[in-house]
Ligand binder design. Structure first.
Ligand code: ZN
Length: 251
């Protein structure tokens, strides 16, 4: 392990927590491509994060607890609490007990991220998923395979559609965890390009989010339908991504 790897360890954890800007996430990906030590570190940390996410999401906070905690946070830090945008990176070392980790993860679940950071989070997740071995949990071009795979793993049922006939074949699916919410990621291809289509339960997104935009060379579009929120993100140009979204929504 070099000094670069020591720094990388912190960045990897922040990356898993969705804390990195797309450019930083890309730097982590580049280092991982050439460093087996850090790939191992990432796998260990990802296992821990997954466990925390699962265990934390099994105990949703009551509305009363949320309200009380939000009030206490606001009292403790009036300048930042009402608009807390990002949770603190969970820098987990061996000395960081599971209880504290769980408490910290419950805390971040209670902090909605603000409007402007949603696109950052979505694009960073997309870049993270493009790393080797991270893109798909279920590999199938068959919507009748991917859909039931999601249905068994999420508390909502995202629609899975195949657009192969118009040049956007379904490639598979992945579970993601973004902004404290479980998400279904449907993966589509268009030539050499990858499109991630994220579906979340609920439409309670912060006001003022743009319906489309770009971050660090990646374009995104978002919309709501059937009580769910959708985000499509890709390095496709904005016009082609718009074509994909229009076709997907019409199907
Ligand atoms: Zn390394």
């Amino acid at each position: 392990m070099s000094e670069a790897c020591d720094e990388m360890r912190l960045l990897i954890q922040a990356d898993l927590d969705g804390e990195l800007r797309p450019a930083e996430a890309a730097r982590v990906a580049a280092h991982l491509a050439g460093c087996p030590d850090c790939v191992r570190t990432q796998a260990e940390l990802a296992g821990l994060s997954d466990r925390m996410a699962r265990e934390a999401s099994r105990y949703p906070a009551s509305e009363a607890f949320r309200t009380a905690l939000t009030a206490r946070l606001a009292a403790a830090a009036p300048s930042t609490a009402p608009t807390v945008r990002r949770r603190q990176p969970l820098l987990l070392g061996a000395s960081f007990g599971a209880g504290a980790a769980l408490a910290a993860s419950v805390l971040f679940l209670l902090m909605p991220i603000g409007g402007s950071s949603w696109p950052d989070e979505i694009v960073a997740s997309h870049i993270r998923a493009l790393q080797p071995g991270h893109l798909m949990d279920v590999v199938s071009t068959d919507q009748h395979t991917v859909k039931p795979w999601f249905d068994g793993r999420l508390p909502f049922a995202p629609p899975v559609k195949d657009l192969a006939a118009i040049g956007f074949p379904l490639a598979g699916g992945r579970l993601d965890y973004l902004a404290g919410r479980p998400a279904a990621a449907m993966i589509y291809h268009h030539g050499q390009h990858v499109i991630d289509l994220y579906a979340f339960d609920g439409t309670d997104l912060p006001a003022g989010l743009a319906p489309a935009g770009s971050r660090d060379g990646y374009n995104f579009e978002r919309w709501t339908d059937g009580g769910m929120s959708f985000w499509a993100v890709s390095d496709l140009n904005a016009q082609e991504l718009a074509d994909f979204v229009r076709a997907w929504r019409k199907l």
